[in-house]
Design a protein around this ligand. Structure first.
Ligand code: MG
Length: 166
């Protein structure tokens, strides 16, 4: 059996925030996503796609932004925790496809690094994590560089007994 899920997240960009997207640090970016955690909209969209596919709710249910435990959280850690919840429910990840809409930072040169960063916690090959960037053509809040928005689709399949651990 397969299950598909979709995720969407948007974070405002503010000066002086570290910029981490898809688990990759953009050290040269003068703005970064505002958030209770590290604000990594890409990973948050992936988490929502995974949880949605498994029928396990959403990121806010599992990692509420009212809980100090998740203040400044590394979203890759939340991703690993989410994958473990899927495994406990009998699911494993087949593939993930992501579109990141951002005027800044520039995504394409770091897309492969993002895929590799997320593949580890997802326990899949990097080739099964697709990251695509688009600028928004200067339109809307993404195009004005005010925010980043990420869309993700995830496909799950039933985990075999040997694959469901952890
Ligand atoms: Mg978020």
């Amino acid at each position: 059996m397969f299950r598909v899920g979709v995720g969407w997240d948007r974070h405002r960009l503010e000066p002086g925030r570290l910029c981490t997207l898809g688990g990759v640090r953009f050290a040269d970016c003068p703005v970064g996503p505002l958030g209770h955690s590290d604000g990594d909209a890409v990973v948050h969209a992936v988490i929502d796609a995974l949880l949605g596919a498994a029928g396990l709710g959403d990121i806010g249910r599992h990692f509420p932004d009212t809980d100090p435990a998740w203040a400044g959280a590394d979203s890759l850690d939340l991703l690993a925790r989410s994958r473990a919840k899927l495994a406990a429910a009998g699911w494993r990840v087949v593939n993930v496809d992501i579109t990141l809409i951002a005027q800044r930072p520039t995504i394409a040169p770091r897309a492969a690094a993002m895929a590799a960063a997320m593949a580890g916690p997802l326990r899949v090959e990097p080739a099964l994590v697709s990251v695509k960037g688009t600028s928004g053509e200067g339109l809307g809040p993404e195009g004005r560089g005010e925010c980043v928005t990420a869309l993700a689709v995830a496909l799950l399949t039933e985990a075999g007994a040997a694959e469901s651990g952890g």
